[in-house]
Unconditional design. Sequence first.
Length: 122
Amino acid sequence: MRNKKFDRLKKTIAILLVLCFALSVSVASASAADNRNCGENEYGYKDGYNKGYEDGKIRGQKDCEQYGSKDSLSKIPSPPDKYGWTKYYRDNYKCGYEKGFIGSYNQIRYNCLKLLLAISSR
């Protein structure tokens, strides 16, 4: 009698553990879906990317001339925010702006550091 109660209790606990695991996995994937990355074809992304790319090139060149290899970017400037933009457009614009800015800034700084290294090794 005692073994039957213990076996039944083990089965119940095992089922509850499996159920808790399944719920935690499904909740985690649902919350991850809310924090999606904006895609390259999203509304506003390309506009933000192009603007961020241009701003990153300008900022990267200025930092290269001013700091050389000593300092690097510590904060990405905020993209412009127009009053008439929808939340969806603004969020995708911001994501595209950041990716474009970082991409062009890093590219310009890398080329600058390569040039500085070539000049200093002569």
